[in-house]
Design a protein around this ligand. Sequence first.
Ligand SMILES: NC(=O)c1ccc[n+]([C@@H]2O[C@H](COP(=O)([O-])OP(=O)(O)OC[C@H]3O[C@@H](n4cnc5c(N)ncnc54)[C@H](OP(=O)(O)O)[C@@H]3O)[C@@H](O)[C@H]2O)c1
Length: 405
Amino acid sequence: MLENYKILTITHRTTNLNKLGKYVMQEASQEKLAALKQQFGLEELLYLATCNRVLYFFKSSNTFSVNFQEDFFKFINPALENGSLSCLPEIAEYFDGREALNHLFEVASSMNSLVIGEREILRQLREAYEQSYDWGLTGDSIRLAMKSAIETAKEVYSNTRIGEKPISVVSLAIQKLLASKTSKEARILLVGAGQTNKLVSKFLKKHSFTNVAIFNRTLAKAEGLANLVKGKAYSLDELNSYEGGFDCMIVCTGATKAIVDQKLYTQLLNGDSDEKLVIDLAIPNNVAKEVIDSTNINYIEIEDLRQLASANLSFRKKEVGHGQKIISKNLEIFQTLYQERQIEVAMKEVPSEIKKVKAHAMDHVFKKELENLDEDALELLNRMMTYMEKRCISIPMVAAKSVIK
Ligand SMILES: NC(=O)c1ccc[n+]([C@@H]2O[C@H](COP(=O)([O-])OP(=O)(O)OC[C@H]3O[C@@H](n4cnc5c(N)ncnc54)[C@H](OP(=O)(O)O)[C@@H]3O)[C@@H](O)[C@H]2O)c1
């Protein structure tokens, strides 16, 4: 019954993170995802893209051909070159049925994250679900799976030590910043003012960095972060004419194309030839390749944080086993829940069908006989029929549920 749940995903486990961006939907939108659903006959779809995975969770009764994964990613990104398609058997993971749900529960519980135990993934998964729901892409089956995934994640976080001494991709990036001996007065440019750079700002405040300029598409959000770090806020467009120079730039937006290209970078340098620290936390990267290849740049991206992540997390890995036990238990519960739900859906028509049978009997089949009954007899018969109607409605539901248990 669970076999229609499916996941196609590419993660930090199988690929270098700077390649991940190629498999992310460029400027994902309701129209594009609806077209994807239609193209591959998906009944429901949830799309999640984070800094260490892209995940397509869907419900479909289709059996997919051997070329499915290649066709799927070609549809996502028509510009994918042959090399990025031919490596799909090594880097893409496909799960169905219970395995798909197991994967979803592990992702929600942060057992599959680059930084095991980081809680950011649960927020990202919830937001991805809300977005897919708002866009009309999901239905009852994904709703049910998400409800259980969230409950499971909460149980794992509170009953294991997986989230102890919390660290995140951002805290690892800040460790790199601190290790670079950047001075507290250094000119720091923050590009983007989403959840990730909000967390960056909190760390900058905590470590007393005093000279921060924040650029964002929506000025109000930049102003929010500027208040936090006592910095200056600008709209993203103003970056093109900014002349304040910089020592460190931390770039992180949801844009699927590079924001900092060579022209902009040269202009931001403003003739300065000292080495610059550039931290790019976006997937796909927000700093263009030609900038990364230029001299005097100490470029750090998420892939560079992998080593730090594994050094920090060895003790948490032990907790993954405890988390897996919770997931196995909850998968059993989910299976029963799912079957019950399918029965409820199938039985939705039963009350109205029974009502129709009753009306047909009284208005047609026994019409003549009923005309001969006196008022008391008719009233008694009506009461009996209503009693039977109510009792009959629950019989098939109880019988079906007893088969499951
Ligand atoms: N959350 C994490 O734990 C984490 C960790 C590391 C890396 N990342 C990566 O960081 C990136 C952003 O994640 P987030 O969680 O901060 O997202 P978010 O909270 O949704 O914020 C997105 C930010 O990007 C800006 N933005 C979106 N599309 C843009 C575009 N086309 N052009 C310019 N600016 C654009 C938004 O500007 P507006 O305010 O104007 O909408 C906002 O500042 C993603 O690539 C993600 O994979 C996330």
